[in-house]
Design a protein around this ligand. Sequence first.
Ligand code: GLU
Length: 447
Amino acid sequence: MSVRVRIAPSPTGMLHVGNVRTALMNWLFTKAQGGEFMLRIDDTDLERSRQEFEDAQQEDLRWLGLTWDLKDWQSKRFARYDAARDLLIGKGLLYPCYETEEELERKRRIAQATNRPPIYDRAALALTDAERAKLEAEGRKPHWRFKLSGGRVEWRDLIRGPQSIDTASLSDPVLIRGDGLYLYTLPSVVDDAEFAITHVIRGEDHVTNTGVQIEIFKALGAKLPEFAHSPLTVAATGEALSKRDLEGPLSVHNLRKAGYEPLAILSHLAKIGTSDPVEARGDVMTIAREFSFEKIGRAPARFDLEELERVNAALLHMTEYDAVQPRLAALDADLGPAFWAAVRPNLTFLSDVTAWAAIVRGPIAPKIENAEFAAAAAGLVPEGTLDAQSWSAFVEAVKAKTGAKGKALFMPLRQALTGLDHGPEMGPLFALIGRDKAIARLRGEAA
Ligand code: GLU
């Protein structure tokens, strides 16, 4: 059996770390075994769905490298949902209800006041044809509820283990609203069945839905997929991620703008909430090979921007020159492989590289506290083109002449040559800066 999974974002907002973690689990699971990844656009809500969100979500997924093998839109499949609706009505499993929101709210309050669970009482099932006709003549439009069995639905969840949902404790779910709009529940089942989805992998906020949806799969005579429900993604503090965070700083779009690498985001999201350490991985297939449902714990996964930053830095530190060269060129910071090798241990974000390129190129303002020492050093810069060995020869010569050693030797040289107290190893930087600029800077000139 070949594996096919799907992600099903609604185009009503930007993609955020929570959606991406779900998408990633699907992608990793299927790609590790040569299966297919479907992008299903859950746009049944025609009012709230927007083309710009759909486009932006796909751009974000592509940027992350989570590409899809097939794609479809729920808004193009209403005829399929109508067919399922008619089948369920024919079986007496989908029934029209006429209560207004206020009437339902009153029923819930009464149930609560009398210590009964606020479950829909199925009053609409008892309506006679004449009563229904009268309500419709009054202009009431029905919404449609699925008739749950009242029994237990059980499945073996690939993450949570054996699950059991008591449908007697649930209200019959509304599948079609009064205005005729399909809610998510039915179209999702129809699509999962018709696209032969083998595994439904999603957040644990859908566990109860799954109980309901399994009954709908069965009512439609469809084959059941396997289910895996992962603990949710939460903030580093353990608190739920706020809508504002998800739509703002924790949207993929904003993480990208902030300079995070796609593979840093994927490495972090793949490992949080699992038994693996959170470490950078240089390619997504490595992450896929390491993925397994057994590693996913039961506690929520903490998304931590500080840890992401650390992963981002680690990823850059292991990135080879050839892989990054076009991006360096685009940043006007491609000073060759030796430059990249020298500065990459000092990068947190790739854009940090421009500051080091500017220091190599100059002009910079040298930082000189002891002009006499610096002038002495200026006279000791080796002749000819500086290379990888020049720095140690230079330092030895300065040490011999001035008697300075340790920090008192290295710090003023670094400060004069780079204008800074910290930075990459001086050896390669010295060669990149070159003889003329090195002498000028040691003399206190902006060069
Ligand atoms: N559109 C649904 C959501 O974003 C899809 C859930 C599912 O994966 O079935 O919650």
